[in-house]
Structures are given as C-alpha cells and as structure tokens.
Ligand binder design. Structure first.
Ligand SMILES: *[C@@H]1O[C@H](CO)[C@@H](O)[C@H](O)[C@H]1NC(C)=O
Ligand SMILES: *[C@@H]1O[C@H](CO)[C@@H](O)[C@H](O)[C@H]1NC(C)=O
Ligand SMILES: *[C@@H]1O[C@H](CO)[C@@H](O)[C@H](O)[C@H]1NC(C)=O
Ligand SMILES: *[C@@H]1O[C@H](CO)[C@@H](O)[C@H](O)[C@H]1NC(C)=O
Length: 394
C-alpha cells in the first residue's frame, strides 16, 4: 500500500513533519484523518500523532482554525464547460480541465449552470443544444467521490438555477448523487459573518457549502441548499476589457453598495474573467489574454493579483470567493495562496492546456456570454456562423 510505504519512509528518514501534507488523489488522507495507521513501533506511533496535529485543511494546516469566511476560496467559473477534446475544443468552453482535476489542483469553488431538459437537470452552457455537460447528478457524484477520497477538504458549489427549478427538484439530484451527506446548513438563514472554521466543517463531515442562484422557496429536506444572493454579493461578471475589472457590487442590486453588503454580513465574490466580443451581444471567454488575466502580478492592469489587492483595499477584507476562467493559467490559485498567507501542500498541478486552442465550430461557440447570470433572457444566437471561429482564433 502506498500509505504504508509512505509511513515507513518517513520513519526511516526522520521526516515526520512531511506527513502534514495532504495529497489529493493519493488516498493518503483517509489514513491521516482517522489516525488508524497500523503502528509497528513507538516511533511510528509518535509520527502518526504528530501528523494529526499538523494535518492540512484545504491544502494548509494554517487554514484549519480559520473561519470559512476568512479564507479566499479560488473558484472555477463554468467549471463543467470544457474547452478540451470532449467538446471539440469548443470556444464556448471556460476551462481546460474538469472539476475534479480542478479540485486536485487546489480549486475549492465550483460554479456551473443548471438547466431542465425533459425533466432531467443537466449542466448546460447557456443552452443544452450548444454545450451539454451531462446530468447534474452525475457531475455531483464525481465531486462526491473526490470528497470521499479527500476527507480534509471543504468544497463550495455555486449553481445557477437557469430554469428556476424548485429547491426540492435540485435537492433530488443532490440526493441521488450521494453528496447531500456533506451538505452544510448554516444556523443563520440570513447573511452572516459567523461561519465555522474549516476544521469544524471537516470534523462534522459537513464539508460542502452550496449556493444556488436563485433558490426560490427553500426545501425543508434540503436545508443545505442556500440562496446565493442572501449570503453572497458579486462584482460585475460581464467584463470585456482587462482594464474594466472593479470591486463594485453588481448583484444583488438590493444590497446597495459593496460597503453596505459587507456591513450586512454578505460574503464578497470577486468575478475575474473576461470576454471577447464577437458582436455586442455575442461573446466568448477570452483565452487569448488569459496569461495576463490570471497572473498573480499585483501591478499589471487586469491581473488577478492586482484586482484582488484592489478589492482587499476597497473592502477592508479579502474576497471570500473568486471565479476565474481557465484556472490552470496563472495558476490562479497562487493569488488565493498569497491572500491566505499559505504555502500549499498536497496539490496536483494540472498539465498546461493551450490558451489558444479554441477551434470549436461557430455553432458550439459564440454562446459564452453571461452564463453566470441567473436572470438573463435568452442570448441572441449568432446569425453569421462562418465568421465566428475566425474571429476567435485570431
Ligand atoms: C482571519 O485570519 C487571520 C489569520 O489567522 C487573523 O489574523 C484574523 O484575525 C482573522 N480575521 C477574523 C475576522 O477573524
Ligand atoms: C475528470 O477527468 C478524470 C480523468 O478522466 C475523471 O476520472 C473524472 O471523473 C473527471 N471528473 C469530472 C467531474 O468529470
Ligand atoms: C429531450 O426529448 C426530446 C424529444 O423526445 C429529444 O429529442 C431530446 O434528445 C431529449 N433531450 C435529452 C437531452 O435527452
Ligand atoms: C469599460 O467600462 C466603461 C465604463 O463602465 C464602459 O464605458 C466601457 O464600454 C467598458 N469597455 C469595455 C470594452 O467593456
């Protein structure tokens, strides 16, 4: 077994502190979490005990005692909508790697869009005829499997309820996936600054925080499904120029300004992804500038690091959530690590995708705009199919 070898090596080499790392996808966390590793000597027992004291939460022991809302959770925007071989490198895709690969790379917030097709909830990009990532329940089951393998990790979901389905209908997909068992229900049904520490969430095994936009009437049997705009406010999402990222409150407009949202206890979400315009009404994720957009730089205009610093300064607190496209570029999680003040352990970096690989057909592409917008009307479809792929690939 890998764990046994690992423990033996640490014993022999006297590397006890190394055991604090929490590798994702290697199955090691199960044993460190339960501390049931067979001990064949006093030395080994000592190491196991030492390991438990320093176990990582969300990739760092420093985050265990940190409140959920005192951590920046780096997120993958439209995490189910891929620009990879599975979609013919669709230019409508927002990510090069899927959601569980993203989790292993340190992403802890997964955003996606839910649609109702023939009474089945599916993850579709704007419209199921354009980019259909399959049933919500199947995707949730994969997230659940990852969480099973990584018991010291707290994951947040943000789902756009595009067809305004009842909470109970959404909840049925959560139940059938098995992931409901991890659902965390805050004690407050209104915005609150009182959140548990990551360790609290991990110890109670309620490690999944789920926001839905919009939720509608809550489902009594799924109290862990939370209305996003009750608890969270967002900065603008429809940004088409790298100089246009701001820290102003865009939604919910009823919350007023960022300052009043913060004063009310809302958690700030910083949207940091850019679109390229095909026409004024048709946009696709801007992959061409992604190395700048996701850069950790705190001085480059449009860079993730600089935007995060602006918001931290404007708000007097760091963003609790950040959403980016093509998370592996930057890599975006570097900026969260800086804000959190950690040197991460136990991550698997995603192999670099090509930022310029977009070559999807005009029909697949061109529908990328505003997928984060829960109340949007239908987007205008492209009329001149021929020109789109050419415009994008340039
Ligand atoms: C957030 O965590 C930092 C680092 O541990 C700590 O200094 C700070 O007091 C915390 N903030 C709140 C509001 O608890
Ligand atoms: C991501 O890809 C890996 C490897 O193909 C697969 O095992 C995993 O289930 C996928 N995750 C999702 C959410 O599709
Ligand atoms: C929904 O039903 C229609 C009509 O039966 C069918 O053509 C279509 O393929 C179905 N869509 C999905 C995603 O199952
Ligand atoms: C940038 O923001 C300004 C001010 O809101 C707006 O007038 C302009 O159209 C925006 N530019 C782009 C490319 O989105």
């Amino acid at each position: 077994m890998v764990p046994s070898l690992f423990w033996a090596a640490t014993t022999l080499l006297g590397l006890a502190p190394v055991v604090q790392s929490t590798p994702q996808g290697f199955g090691l966390t199960t044993s460190t979490n339960t501390q049931q590793q067979p001990a064949t000597s006093t030395a080994a027992t000592t190491i196991v005990a030492g390991a438990s004291a320093a176990a990582a939460c969300n990739n760092s022991p420093l985050l265990c005692s940190r409140a959920y809302n005192n951590v920046t959770h780096m997120g993958a925007h439209d995490s189910a909508f891929l620009r990879d071989a599975s979609t013919g490198n669709s230019i409508a895709g927002n990510q090069f790697f899927n959601a569980t690969v993203a989790l292993s790379a340190g992403i802890r917030l997964l955003q996606a869009q839910v649609h109702d097709v023939n009474n089945t909830l599916r993850l579709c990009h704007t419209d199921c005829s354009l980019l259909d990532a399959g049933p919500l329940a199947d995707w949730l089951a994969k997230i659940k499997y990852w969480m099973d393998q990584n018991p010291n990790e707290v994951v947040t979901l943000l789902l756009v309820n595009s067809d305004s389905k009842p909470a109970s209908t959404l909840g049925a997909s959560f139940d059938s996936s098995g992931i409901s068992t991890y659902g965390y229900t805050p004690s407050s049904t209104t915005a609150t600054t009182v959140w548990p520490t990551l360790q609290n969430l991990i110890s109670s095994n309620k490690r999944l925080v789920t926001f839905i936009a919009p939720l509608g009437t809550a489902s009594p049997s799924h109290p862990f499904l939370l209305d996003e705009f009750t608890y969270v406010f967002e900065t603008p999402y429809d940004v088409r120029s790298l100089s246009n990222f701001t820290c102003t409150l865009d939604r919910p407009s009823s919350a007023g300004t960022a300052a009043s949202g913060l004063a009310a206890g809302m958690l700030p979400l910083m949207n940091h992804f850019a679109y390229t315009e095909i026409t004024s009404s048709i946009t696709v994720p801007n992959a061409g500038d992604i190395d700048t957009t996701n850069a950790p730089s705190t001085v480059t205009t449009g860079a993730l690091g600089a935007h995060a610093n602006s918001c931290n300064a404007a708000w007097g607190t760091k963003p609790v959530f950040v959403l980016v496209d093509f998370y592996d570029k930057g890599p975006a999680v570097d900026t969260a690590d800086r804000l959190n003040g950690i040197v991460p352990t136990g991550r698997k970096s995603s192999a670099g995708g090509s930022a310029t690989s977009g070559s999807g057909s005009a029909r697949d592409g061109g529908m990328g705009a505003r997928e984060n917008q829960p109340y949007a009307g239908e987007l205008q479809r492209p009329t001149g199919k021929g020109g789109m792929a050419r415009d994008i690939s340039g």
